[in-house]
Ligand binder design. Sequence first.
Ligand code: GTP
Ligand code: MG
Length: 259
Amino acid sequence: MRSLIVIPTYNERENLPDLVEQVFAAAPQTDILIIDDNSPDGTGVLADTLASGNHHMQVMHRAGKLGLGTAYVQGFEYAIAQGYDYVFEMDADFSHDPKYLPDFFRAARNADLVIGSRYIPGGATPNWSPIRRFISGGGNIFARAVLGIPIHDCTSGYRCYATPALRALNLHAINAQGYAFQVEMAYNIWKSGFRVRETPITFLDRRVGKSKMSRKIFIEGFTWVIRTRFTGDKAVRAPQPQQPPQSQQPQASDAVRQR
Ligand SMILES: Nc1nc2c(ncn2[C@@H]2O[C@H](COP(=O)(O)OP(=O)(O)OP(=O)(O)O)[C@@H](O)[C@H]2O)c(=O)[nH]1
Ligand SMILES: [Mg+2]
């Protein structure tokens, strides 16, 4: 069982060394792929230094800030090409604590997508202001209600995918970048009949550095949900799935939390 943790970075110099250390401490069997978008603060160079002589760590350099969604799609394609069984999404800013990795591996035994959830019992966002809770929590309730998707936290970007599920999607049809990217991926996996589970996480605010999220990203999430409700999503219809879904019809009970 081979797993790859994809960590997109843009100006994460202060976070990266500790993060890499903690990931390998929590999950020594895993590999890491850093996807750096030519960070002005030199994160890419630092990542190369951390990766030198470490066969479990790779660095992909892109020319400029091309967005989180395209970074993850490239990471997924790399994972598929390299024959990994599982591929994780993780932020570099310590909002996604590596200590939860064993929970993800446990849940992944019976799931094609495991989402680290803030909105199931055991999950939390302790540093958040009421307004941020309202926007994120409300956005999730909105997505659930409009799309009928039985997932409590479909905007969470701490995840583990089984690569056969990714192979079955048309990844090139996915073009959302921010929260909408996470919703789109979860929706497509669920809609294609794969099993989605949630495992509780406490989401902490970034330790150091600046957030790259913007109002545009929120609006993208909102409009994507509305558009998909009326037109569907192209990525669901993969041209030729290489492996059939493990369950045929999505059921409300498929999106169950772990523990
Ligand atoms: N490669 C790449 N990474 C990005 C890009 N935008 C954001 N990231 C990384 O994606 C992760 C999430 O970005 P954040 O700025 O933390 O966004 P966020 O977590 O939604 O916002 P905060 O809660 O304010 O931290 C971090 O590891 C960023 O460095 C991008 O365009 N390219
Ligand atoms: Mg963050």
